[in-house]
Design a protein around this ligand. Structure first.
Ligand code: TGC
Ligand code: FAD
Length: 392
């Protein structure tokens, strides 16, 4: 792959709004991505392998639990810093951001928000350093957009719970040490359980043949009469709202992350257009290519402002699920459209691994689907503004 010459667009001078801490955190993540992700990611993606060698670096830049308090090993940062870290990591690769999102918002967050003090002490510091890696099991083969219909279940056997069922499409599953698993009890109420690798009857087969998120490991979680100790139940919250509450945090991170992927595509296309000569002039001198580039930077700027305002609301504890849905949906679609346009600016070179655009484009096909599909987020907005659920 070409050397990483990335320069971030900041058309509306958003840097003026960030604190010194925001900029320090972002710049540290940006340098780390240039140094440790860009040189290797294309090769890992081509081989469809997760680069475990970057786990320690992710922990060092605060990507595991950015907003989890320092007493539990987190970085104790605000929500805008969290967003900026996700933006920079996804600038490198959506699959790497997936690993960080899952670890922070779908594993550390539920343990922090719904776990006992013992669970927090036992797991959070090790998750923050990457000594333990986690995954989040909500989706099932027959229950994707409708997780409330899940059939994975556990029965109270006196001194332990007996867990049965299967989860599909689980990021980090093939190598995770622990899984936060959502399952129904005998009354049909959803609870979170911490399942550890090595428990008898628990297996995590890898999902192969993906054209998207190839540098992220995806797999199944299979529970065949797994005996889960009772102290592994997350007691703080039950019902579908418990896993959906974690999704709010992860979807917020994706709203920022997608901007990173879009920025990388735009920056690559802009540089290429200025250098590539056809008909005796740079293609950047043609009106059609300028239109593409001008629209890209406009959409990135709008997405940045949306994410920034959402970050302010999140810092104040005022961001609603529907506001987060709107940002996730808008920003991922924005990034996907930019990736497709940027790919065209590069002509044939755009389809090669010499440039990151095709990898971003393929990755974003997963990002637009996971954490609630594009359509589901539209319906969440629809439900919010009309007061009527289209799901029932
Ligand atoms: P509904 O009746 O609307 O809600 C059930 C209960 O949950 C409450 N609730 C929330 N609570 C907290 N946060 C939220 N975001 C919440 N949304 C809803 C709600 O108030 C209600 O509470 P209560 O007390 O009244 O029971 O539920 P529904 O069954 O109609 O479904 C609504 C719908 C479709 C919006 C929801 O199921 C949904 O969001 N579906 C999409 C599923 C999804 O996003 N799955 C993601 C799986 S994880 C993943 O993709 C990780 S990718 C990781 C990576 O690599 O980055
Ligand atoms: P379906 O729910 O079957 O949807 C198919 C289509 O129907 C979609 O276009 C959808 O928008 C549409 N649709 C569904 N319902 C409606 C409706 N009511 N009205 C209109 N249209 C509708 N899950 C986890 O739990 N943990 C993970 O770590 C995780 N990682 C993932 C990683 C990858 C690479 C991928 C691809 C997925 C991952 N997922 C994970 C699963 C992801 O959240 C689901 O794929 C997603 O929620 C959609 O579910 P589904 O694939 O079953 O699609």
């Amino acid at each position: 792959m070409k050397p990483d010459l990335f320069e971030a667009p900041d058309y509306y001078l958003l840097d003026d709004l960030f604190t010194e801490e925001h900029k320090l955190v972002r710049d540290a993540a940006r340098s780390w991505v240039k140094r440790s992700v860009s040189p290797i990611i294309e090769d890992y993606a081509q081989r469809a392998e997760f680069p475990t060698e970057i786990i320690a670096g992710l922990a060092e830049i605060g990507a595991f639990g950015p907003y989890i308090p320092m007493e539990y090993g987190g970085a104790g940062l605000d929500q805008i810093s969290y967003g900026l870290i996700m933006q920079e990591i996804e600038r490198g690769d959506s699959g790497v951001r997936s690993t960080a999102s899952v670890q922070s918002s779908l594993v550390m967050y539920p343990i922090f928000a719904y776990g006992t003090e013992e669970q927090k002490q036992k797991y959070l510091p090790k998750l923050a350093t990457g000594e333990l890696m986690g995954c989040f099991g909500l989706t099932e083969p027959d229950h994707g957009s409708n997780p409330g219909g899940m059939v994975t279940n556990f029965k109270d056997k006196g001194d332990h719970f007996l867990l049965n069922g299967a989860k599909l499409w689980i990021s980090n599953a093939p190598f995770a040490d622990i899984a936060v698993v959502w399952a129904k009890n005998e009354e049909g109420r959803i609870h979170g359980l911490i399942v550890e690798r090595g428990m008898e009857g628990f297996t995590t087969p890898e999902t192969h043949n993906k054209w998207s998120l190839r540098a992220s490991a995806t797999g199944e979680l299979i529970f065949d009469n797994v005996r889960v100790p009772k102290e592994n139940l997350l007691p703080g919250k039950s019902g579908l709202g418990a896993p959906l509450g974690c999704l709010d945090s992860a979807r917020y991170g994706i709203a920022w992350g997608a901007i990173g992927a879009a920025m990388d595509c735009y920056d690559t296309a802009l540089r290429y257009a200025k250098e590539r000569v056809q008909f005796d002039k740079p293609i950047a001198a043609t009106q059609l290519q300028q239109k593409k580039l001008a629209e890209m930077v406009t959409e990135i700027t709008k997405a940045q402002l949306l994410a920034y305002r959402l970050g302010q609301l999140k810092n104040e504890g005022r961001a609603t699920t529907a506001q987060i849905s709107m940002a996730k949906r808008n920003n991922v679609e924005m990034a996907l459209k930019i990736a497709r346009e940027a790919r065209q600016v590069l002509g044939g070179m755009g389809i090669t691994g010499e440039y990151p655009i095709m990898r971003h484009m393929m990755n974003l096909e997963s990002v637009v689907t996971y954490e609630g599909t594009h359509d589901i987020h539209l319906l969440i907005t629809g439900m919010d503004i009309t007061g009527i659920s289209a799901f029932k």
